[in-house]
Ligand binder design. Structure first.
Ligand code: BES
Ligand code: MN
Ligand code: ZN
Length: 498
C-alpha cells in the first residue's frame, strides 16, 4: 500500500473513492457536510432512508454523486463523537479499507482525521489509521500456487487534511509507514513454516537487513562461538535438532553518541515440539510461532532503520529448534549457563527460558540503559490473561510503567504481573542452583522469576507474548504484536532525549 497526505476540499478531490465519516444519529462530519451540500443534499437523503445509522465501523458505498469530483463516496460510521476511542478509530479505518478492497477502488482519499478521537494527537491518529488499514490488507501467500487475483483494489490511500502545516503530518506518515513495514516483516517471518524458517534462516534475515540498511550491523555466532562463551543452557536445547543453533547480535546506533543502548532480546525457537517432554499433537503446528519474539526484534530494527529513529539499539536473538532425538537433553539433565549458575532441566518443554538466560547474560557486555525481552514463553500467561494483553514483568518500576503506557497509547496493550521474591522458592532444585520449572501454579510468573536471576545487572522488563503474537482458529496468523508497543515506546524515548 502507498500512502500520502493531501489537502483540499472534499468536493473537489480527484480520487476513485472519497471516505467521509458519519456519527451515530446520522450526524455528518465536516467533510461529509461539504459533500452533502455540493451534491444538493443527496447524502442526508440517503441517510434518512435509514441505510446507515453511524454505528462505529458501519460502511456504505455510494456511486457517483452530482457536484463531486471523486468517483465514489464511502460513508463510514464513527459512533458517538464523544465515545470514539482508539479501538473504534482503528475499527473504522479497517472496515473502510475492507469495504474498498471488495469494490475495486484503486485509490482512496480518507477525510477522517478531522473526526479523530478527542485528546489524540494528529500524528498518533495518523499512525493508528495507517496500521489499521495495513493490517486489513495484509496477505501471507508465498506458498499458494494459485495466488488469489491480487485483491483488485486499493493501492493508494491519501489522508486529507485541511491543515496548512502538512510537513509535520508528512513526517508522521513516513514514520507510520516504517512501522507498518516492520509489522509486515514480523508477520511474514512468524507465519513462515518451521521447515523454512530455521535458526539459519533467521540469521540470514539479520544479514539481509544489515545489507539493506547501512545503519544496521549484524554478527552471527555459531555453535562453537557459543561453546566458547559457555552458553550451556542454550546449547542444551539445540542438541536435539539437526538444525544448528545461531546467536544473532545486531546493533543500530543512531542515538546520542556514546549513549547506552536499549537491548531487545527475542526468543527464537523456530519450532517447539517440547523436546523429550513432547507436547500433545493438537495445535502443535502453532509452535512454528515460537520465534515471534525474534521476529519482533527484526521488525523493530527494520522500522527504526527505515525511519532513521534517533536511538541506540542492540538486538539479541538466541535461536534454536526444540526437538526430541537421541541427542536431545533429557529431564534431570543439569547444565551450566553462561552466568555460571547451574540449572536442572526438569521439563525440556520449558526451553525458552534456557535460551533466554544465556542471551540475558550476554546482554551485560553492552552496559545497557534497559533490556527488554520478548518471548512466547508460557501457556500459563494465556490462561491468566487470555489473548488480550501481553504479560509484563520487570525489575524496574519506571521501565514497567513506561511500557504499560506505550501499550495503552498504541492499542497494543500489556498487563503487569507481580515479580516478587516470594516466587523464587518455587524454582528450588535438589541438585542444581535452580530448576527450569516451578510447578503448575503461576507459570508465567515463575518463568519470569527464572529470568530475573539473570538480569540483576541492569533494568529489565519481560513481555510474555504467548497469547498475543498470533491468532488461532480460522483467523490463524501472526499479529505483528508487540511491534506497535515497542515502537511507540522507542519513539517516545527518542523525542524525550532530544
Ligand atoms: N512455547 C511454549 C509456550 C506456549 C505454549 C506459547 C502454548 C503459546 C502457546 C513454551 O516453550 C512452553 O512450552 N512452555 C511450557 C512451560 C511449562 C513446561 C513449565 C508451557 O507453557 O506449558
Ligand atoms: Mn516449550
Ligand atoms: Zn517454547
Amino acid at each position: 500500500m502507498e500512502y500520502g497526505i493531501k489537502s483540499g476540499s472534499a468536493n473537489s478531490l480527484r480520487s476513485a473513492c472519497i471516505v467521509v465519516g458519519v456519527h451515530e444519529g446520522r450526524k455528518l462530519t465536516p467533510s461529509a457536510q461539504v459533500l452533502d451540500e455540493a451534491s444538493g443534499g443527496q447524502i442526508s437523503q440517503i441517510l434518512k432512508r435509514g441505510d446507515l445509522e453511524g454505528k462505529c465501523g458501519q460502511t456504505l458505498l455510494l456511486p457517483i454523486l452530482p457536484g463531486i469530483t471523486a468517483e465514489r463516496v464511502l460513508l463510514v460510521g464513527l459512533g458517538h463523537a464523544r465515545e470514539l476511542d482508539l479501538k473504534g478509530w482503528k475499527k473504522a479505518h479497517a472496515e473502510a479499507a475492507g469495504a474498498l478492497a471488495e469494490r475495486g477502488a484503486g485509490d482512496a482519499a480518507f477525510c477522517l482525521l478531522e473526526a479523530a478521537p478527542r485528546g489524540m494527537e494528529a500524528d498518533e491518529a495518523l499512525r493508528l489509521a495507517v496500521l489499521a488499514i495495513d493490517e486489513r490488507s495484509y496477505r501471507f501467500d508465498p506458498f499458494l500456487r494459485d495466488k488469489k487475483p491480487p485483491q483488485p483494489a486499493l493501492k493508494r490511500v491519501n489522508f486529507v487534511t485541511g491543515r496548512k502545516d502538512m510537513h509535520d503530518l508528512e513526517e508522521a506518515l513516513r514514520a507510520a509507514e516504517a512501522i507498518a513495514s516492520g509489522i509486515r516483516l514480523t508477520k511474514d517471518l512468524a507465519n513462515m513454516p518451521g521447515n523454512v524458517c530455521t535458526p539459519s534462516y533467521l540469521a540470514d534475515e539479520a544479514r539481509r537487513l544489515a545489507s539493506l540498511y547501512p545503519s544496521i550491523h549484524a554478527e552471527i555466532l555459531d555453535q562453537s562461538a557459543m561453546e566458547h562463551l559457555g552458553m550451556g543452557a542454550l546449547l542444551a536445547v539445540a542438541k536435539g535438532s539437526v538444525q544448528p543453533p545461531r546467536f544473532i547480535a545486531m546493533e543500530y546506533r543512531q542515538g546520542p553518541e556514546g549513549g547506552k543502548p536499549v537491548v531487545l532480546v527475542g526468543k527464537g525457537v523456530t519450532f517447539d515440539s517440547g523436546g523429550i517432554s513432547l507436547k500433545p499433537g493438537e495445535k502443535m503446528d502453532e509452535m512454528k510461532y515460537d520465534m515471534s519474539g525474534a521476529a519482533t526484534v527484526l521488525g523493530v530494527f527494520a522500522a527504526c532503520a527505515e525511519m532513521r529513529l534517533a536511538v541506540n539499539l542492540v538486538g539479541l536473538i538466541p535461536t534454536v529448534e526444540n526437538m526430541p532425538s537421541g541427542g536431545a537433553a533429557k529431564p534431570g539433565d543439569i547444565v551450566t549457563s553462561m552466568s555460571g549458575q547451574t540449572i536442572e532441566i526438569l521439563n525440556t518443554d520449558a526451553e525458552g527460558r534456557l535460551i533466554l538466560c544465556d542471551a540475558l547474560t550476554y546482554a551485560e557486555r553492552y552496559k545497557p540503559e534497559a533490556v527488554i525481552d520478548m518471548a512466547t514463553l508460557t501457556g500459563a500467561c494465556v490462561v491468566a490473561l487470555a489473548r488480550v494483553p501481553s504479560g509484563l514483568l520487570g525489575n524496574h518500576r519506571p521501565l514497567v510503567q513506561s511500557l504499560l503506557k506505550a501499550g495503552e497509547k498504541s492499542g497494543d496493550r500489556a498487563w503487569e504481573l507481580p515479580l516478587w521474591d516470594d516466587y523464587q522458592d518455587l524454582l528450588k532444585s535438589n541438585f542444581a542452583d535452580m530448576a527450569n520449572i516451578g510447578g503448575r501454579e503461576g507459570g508465567a510468573i515463575t518463568a519470569a522469576s527464572f529470568l530475573a536471576r539473570f538480569t540483576k545487572a541492569y533494568h529489565w522488563a519481560h513481555l510474555d507474548i504467548a497469547g498475543t503474537a498470533w491468532n488461532s482458529g480460522d483467523k490463524k496468523g501472526a499479529t505483528g504484536r508487540p511491534v506497535p508497543l515497542v515502537m511507540t515506546w522507542l519513539m517516545d524515548r527518542a523525542t524525550q532525549s532530544l
